[in-house]
Design a protein around this ligand. Structure first.
Ligand code: SF4
Ligand code: SF4
Length: 377
């Protein structure tokens, strides 16, 4: 390369990265509201009820909420769907502080799902699958973009997949028969002590059933309080290597596994919430975090008496501090690691950081981590 070419390349203005508008807004004191052009999805619970599975009830991450008895009614669900659709949101994830398909909640859930669909929102449902049945499956699959069934590991003598595999099979059969677009995903939860034989058996069973993908999700990711290293990272690495070696094409390992190989992160704020500001409880309240819904410390707004636009404005006015209780396996961590590095560097160098390929890469990764769900995961 000649010297003159080098000079031209050095002075060429670099392309504006899609995250620059957020970086400018954050550096400029977060005045006015920031509306992410990149992430347009929100999470909404319709119930906090769950009768519990034997395999997970003792360690349920929603223990604090799942007996609260909240149930969202149709007028509120419909109004939220309408408002967020008008704010250009494209996707809703029904998940929860409980189980969306609990029998006492199914009638209102299916109506809210229809309301989301008629407001042009793509919908994803995360369910334990226990209450799916042939009567329910058609109405679910005709309105869902993603049906994600969680399969917890064998624990306390209870094998969840054996209990529900007929239901997943029925969903796959119906989807194929009707030629529907909905993706059926099985989310296989693994712990560091889950036996390899069990994992293999479950993967082959789900593969035979014909689900669109089998998502492997490590759970119980914990850090050692003294040195900050992940506990059982080696056991996880071996298990994930074993799964990769099975070489099944539709097996996808959740990006959360990357938390296990990068324990040395530190940051002060949850910037993830700037891009995912609507984690809505079945009580109609908005929380700053999907892991900590229903905890007053995380409350950001109330859709029973405020508009979504009002909540959005207030949510954006300051970054949310990382709390002691922030769950180490949370999906936002990977985004926060990347965003906090960018925000810090941008404070000093502004857009100059993007002439450094390292920051380009960090920013590109942040965009991937910001999206919670897609048709593959
Ligand atoms: S299915 Fe979900 S909400 Fe219900 S007990 Fe298990 S982890 Fe908790
Ligand atoms: S748990 Fe995750 S999403 Fe929630 S506040 Fe903490 S870092 Fe943010």
């Amino acid at each position: 390369m000649s010297v003159s070419t080098l000079r031209i390349e050095k002075t060429r203005p670099h392309k504006r990265h899609p995250l620059t508008s957020w970086l400018d807004w954050n550096r400029g004191g977060r005045k006015g509201s920031f509306e992410s052009p990149h992430v347009k999805e929100f999470e909404m619970d319709t119930t906090t009820n769950c009768s519990g599975l034997r395999s997970c009830s003792a360690q349920c991450s929603y223990l604090h909420s799942r007996k609260m008895g909240h149930s969202m009614d149709l007028p509120l669900g419909d109004s939220i769907a309408k408002q967020l659709s008008e704010l250009n949101y494209k996707r809703v994830i029904f998940s929860g502080g409980g189980e969306p398909l609990e029998p006492q909640n199914i009638a209102s859930f299916t109506k809210i799902l229809e309301a989301a669909s008629s407001n042009d929102l793509e919908a994803a449902l995360i369910t334990n699958g226990k209450h799916m049945n042939a009567d329910l499956i058609p109405s679910l699959l005709s309105h869902l973009m993603v049906l994600r069934v969680s399969v917890p590991p064998f624990l306390h003598g209870y094998h969840h997949l054996r209990t529900i595999q007929g239901k997943i099979r029925e969903a796959v059969r119906y989807k194929n028969m009707q030629g529907l677009d909905a993706k059926i995903i099985a989310s296989l939860l693994i712990r560091p002590d889950t036996p390899m034989d069990e994992v293999r058996e479950n993967i082959f069973a789900l593969h035979d059933i014909g689900v669109d993908s089998i998502r492997i999700k490590p759970t119980h990711i914990q850090k050692n309080k003294t040195d900050g290293k992940h506990l059982k990272a080696k056991a996880y690495a071996e298990l994930l290597d074993f799964i990769r070696a099975l070489n099944i094409t539709n097996v996808v390992i959740s990006k959360i596994d990357q938390l296990l190989v990068d324990p040395n992160y530190q940051y002060e704020y949850c910037y993830y919430n700037d891009f995912n500001p609507f984690s809505i409880g079945a009580d109609g309240l908005v929380y700053a975090c999907c892991e900590h819904k229903y905890k007053p410390a995380f409350l950001r707004g109330n859709l029973n008496n405020e508009s979504a636009q009002e909540v959005l404005r207030r949510t954006n006015s300051h970054p949310f501090s990382i709390r002691k209780g922030c769950f180490v396996g949370c999906k936002g961590h990977l985004a926060n690691v990347a965003l906090s590095k960018l925000a810090e560097a941008y404070q000093e160098q502004e857009a100059g950081i993007f002439s450094n390929p390292e920051y380009q890469q960090i920013a590109d990764e942040a965009l991937v981590y910001l999206v919670r769900t897609n048709s593959k995961s």
